[in-house]
Design a protein around this ligand. Structure first.
Ligand code: GAL
Length: 635
């Protein structure tokens, strides 16, 4: 697969007489792809049932005539104002039950049947018109499902749909639900599914089983909404269909949604993310303010490679300062190039820069583009052009299975957020901490869906924090040839959020360990480990006959091992995780490195990449890497 570049373009924002010039400049910069249309509903259908295709026909023709390939978006993230007049109850509702109004985007509830039908209607109109258009080489459904906290809705439509969903889950047997959820507690038993409300506005916390079920339902609603569009597009077009996921949006199951798509893609804003969703220390936020976290983007690249079953893109790449984080610095010179090459190192087919030209109006007027709002070049286009030139010389991507894998389970993320047990504890952060430790050891990593049962080819598999582990997964891991790391909280709950009692968690095959007690720790009460490192945030008391791999200074076991399986009952800090990973890596026969601060490496089948995320040159085993430096060598 050839690696390509692209951009996100909004022809409807600009006078038609500059489209031609824009198009030529895109082609001259070495771009292949242009994504259009995903917010243009009010221009396509200015009044209900009244369509204006003339401008979109012309835009597609202008871009296509230059040889650019189009990704055409369905505009369902931005229903026009007339739509909300037609369906006044189509808004999602927040946890207080308030409707979220018109005037920005994503103002719909996934469970609203009327809007669902409208989204099918507009999708069919667009697919009918452009499905056979030779320039439309890919599709994008909607835009960033779940962004701006829009997966969960406490609307009346959601309540009705949730009850129907529960009926199916429990075979129309309300006593089965009562039993599975433990509703005898606090007299919460229901006599009929019609009595089940949404888990908001309760006096104190709702039953975690109820909350988790509502999160699973909400995820399924997103999957169904997307599938309806995909089925329609496929009636008219053979082009691949993608969706652009957003960083650290975990409240619907991307693996399930991705099964309906040919390509997965995500929107990568490294500096915005560092400010508002990585969870970095203040020191790291300062040190990496112009580069972004060295691992956060890479983790998403690996995740979306898995979601796309090998086919994935960056649909939106940060080109300069963004507008939406608490602080919005400019990237260090070289970082746009580094981010692009990093995506390619992780197997991306395409990297598209958001956006072509900075908008002088509306919400994103402070967001950089490849061009300034006066059409002069912004720094991003210069770096994009350099990448385009380098790509001409670069070979095609030859992916390879990594030696190490981490299981990523959206359901576990919902379980942790339902019951973190300690302030700030999240599954995503636990995974990121493990991922970082693997990367500090110079390892190349695959992310795997929780449905994986065949682990052949992996030397080391990590399944931390996976709260519910089906028995066949436990068996598959126990029987694999890999070293396997579990915990904390792996296997801690059954499928309906109760603690298994006989035996106690994690109930692994071939590893005698039981979690006898759990506690969460204040940030200022780390428990130090004998030999270095500490447990932070979460600690379990472990019983069992297995070999002790790590223990506290007071002599309590923290990690236990039998054969190739290790259970760690604490959330380890960086030095603690480095020790554990070094030990597991050695047992797995992996080549372990100690990467310099901020430097990361990754291998494909034929290439090795090195990236310096630091703001100064760094000495490495492959030579001195300049600030924001990229080194690619053929193996
Ligand atoms: C993304 C979104 C784009 C644009 C961009 C700004 O989340 O998909 O439409 O808003 O952020 O950084």
């Amino acid at each position: 697969m050839k690696r390509t570049l692209g951009t996100c373009y909004y022809p409807e924002h600009w006078p038609q007489d500059i489209w031609q010039d824009d198009t030529s400049r895109m082609a001259d910069a070495g771009l292949t792809w242009v994504r259009i249309g995903e917010f243009a509903w009010s221009k396509i259908e200015p009044n209900p049932g009244e369509f204006d295709w003339s401008w979109l026909d012309k835009a597609i023709e202008t871009l296509g005539a230059k040889g650019l390939k189009l990704v055409l978006g369905t505009p369902t993230a931005t229903p026009p104002r007339w739509m909300v007049a037609r369906h006044p109850d189509m808004f999602a509702c927040d946890a207080e039950g308030r409707a979220r109004g018109f005037g920005s985007r994503r103002h719909y509830c996934f469970s609203h049947k009327g809007y669902f039908a409208e989204s099918q209607r507009i999708t069919r109109k667009i697919a009918e018109r452009y499905g056979a258009n030779p320039h439309v080489a890919a599709w994008q459904t909607d835009n960033e499902y779940g962004c701006h906290d829009t997966t969960i809705s406490y609307s009346d439509s959601a309540r009705v749909a949730f009850r129907d969903w529960l009926r199916v889950q429990f075979g129309d047997d309300i006593q089965a639900l009562n039993l599975a959820w433990g509703n005898v507690f606090w007299s919460m038993e229901y006599r009929d599914f019609a009595e089940v409300d949404l888990p908001n506005l309760t006096v104190t916390e709702a039953n975690p089983a109820h909350v988790l079920a509502f999160k699973r339902f909400s995820s399924d609603q997103v999957v169904a909404f997307n599938r309806a569009q995909v089925e329609i597009i496929k009636e008219y077009s053979d082009a691949p269909i993608a969706h652009n996921y957003m960083g650290r949006v975990t409240d619907f199951d991307h693996f399930k949604l991705g099964e309906d798509l040919e390509i997965s893609s995500w929107d990568s804003y490294p500096l915005g993310f560092l400010e508002d969703r990585v969870g970095a220390t203040p020191e790291d936020q300062r040190a990496y303010a112009r580069q972004g976290d060295p691992d956060f983007q890479a983790l998403h690249h690996d995740l979306y490679r898995a979601v796309g079953r090998g086919r994935w893109w960056v649909m939106e790449q940060q080109p300069g300062p963004v507008n939406w984080a608490p602080y919005n610095p400019a990237p260090l010179p070289g970082m746009v190039r580094l981010w692009s090459w990093e995506a390619f190192a992780h197997g991306a087919e395409a990297v598209c820069y958001f956006r072509w030209r900075q908008a002088p109006f509306a919400q994103e007027q402070m967001h950089a583009g490849m061009l300034r709002s006066d059409s002069a070049e912004a720094p991003a286009i210069v770096e994009a052009r350099q990448v385009a030139e380098e790509l001409v010389q670069a070979p095609e991507v030859q992916p390879a299975q990594a030696p190490v894998a981490i299981l990523f389970d959206y359901d576990a993320d919902w379980a942790w957020s339902t019951q973190p047990h300690g302030a700030g504890l999240s599954y995503f952060s636990l995974i990121l901490d493990h991922y970082k430790a693997l990367r500090r050891a110079g390892l190349t990593i695959d992310i795997l869906p929780p449905t994986t049962r065949d682990f052949s080819g992996y030397s080391l598999v990590l399944a931390p924090g996976m709260m519910h582990m089906p028995q066949d997964l436990k068996s598959a891991l126990a029987e694999s040839d890999a070293q396997v790391l579990y915990g904390p909280r792996s296997g801690a709950r059954d499928g309906h959020f109760s603690i298994p009692t006989s035996p106690l968690p994690p109930a692994l095959t071939g590893l005698d360990v039981q979690v006898a007690r759990v506690e969460s720790l204040r940030p200022d009460m780390p428990v130090t480990l004998e030999g270095g490192g500490a447990v932070v945030g979460y600690l379990e008391v472990l019983e069992g006959q297995a070999e002790v791999v790590l223990q506290t200074e007071a002599g309590l076991p923290v990690a236990l091992r039998a054969g190739r399986q290790t259970y760690c009952g604490g959330w380890l800090d960086g030095p603690g995780l480095d020790r554990l990973i070094a030990d597991l890596g050695k047992a797995a026969g992996l080549v372990m490195r100690k990467m310099p601060e901020g430097v990361r490496t990754r291998r494909t089948a034929t290439e090795e990449f090195w990236f310096n995320h630091r703001a100064e040159p760094v000495e490495t085993e492959v030579g001195v890497l300049p600030a924001a430096g990229v080194l690619r060598r053929t193996l």
